[in-house]
Design a binder for this molecule. Sequence first.
Ligand code: DHB
Ligand code: FE
Length: 292
Amino acid sequence: MAKITASVYTSHVPAIGAALDMGKTHEPYWQAVFQGYDYGKQWMKDNKPDVIFLVYNDHATAFSLDMIPTFAIGTAAEFKPADEGYGARPVPVVKGHPELASHIAQSVIQQDFDLTIVNKMDVDHGLTVPLSLMCGEQDPVKGAWPCPVIPFAVNVVQYPVPSGQRCFNLGQAIRKAIESYDEDINVHIWGTGGMSHQLQGPRAGLINKEFDNMFLDKLIEDPVAAAAIPHIDYVREAGSEGIELVMWLIARGAMSDINDGKATGPAPKLMKRFYHVPASNTAVGHVILENQ
Ligand code: DHB
Ligand code: FE
């Protein structure tokens, strides 16, 4: 049967993608960010997954105000890079895993979570920047990402957004879905976005190191408490875009210590924790957890 062996958490700052694509990674400003991912890049090579289930948010690239799915699973065979602002990144097409994605859709919907099934979708920096950070730079044409990716888009852009608790519960349903897939494959689940940032209004530029580090502590050691943080706390403390952090709780809820909403099994092993301010307008956070 399929199993989830690890979860990865990382910010998705679009300027990181631009720094990579424009050859700026050795500038001191960016060096301080990228060195936080040296471990993760090697870890990915040493612990190559068969599939990545990648929880991210779309930024009005694939979806617009015309249609706003709360949770959308990408079931296509491939997803083309596209983006607002900087334009589509020069990175390889993302290959999907239609069989596993369809199985997860079936199982999760039967566990009473309503997913939108998306058979055609472009993916923006929310998905491609985490891939670049963890997998390194790839030639857009001759290169390829190391494995298929199932994109799972969460609406954290247009209110109403899902609560952290619902995301955490959904992660548990996704774990059950993956563990009932009848093939011996190794799946990583990634939670992306965050950390604190606000891009508009009088509080634009807001960063809250205390909140971010409290969130990282709870995510790692007390995920049930992290799941209980109400959405208004993210907005007040971590800024309007800090709400992206609820996506990390989907990945954390899928780890094997979480059963029936409680942390009962052996805690996952912390392989990496990194926090850095600033990158563009955001605080960058990154964690790797391995199931024991
Ligand atoms: C920035 C951060 C984001 O998460 C995003 O989606 C867009 C912009 C920023 O730091 O500028
Ligand atoms: Fe974002």
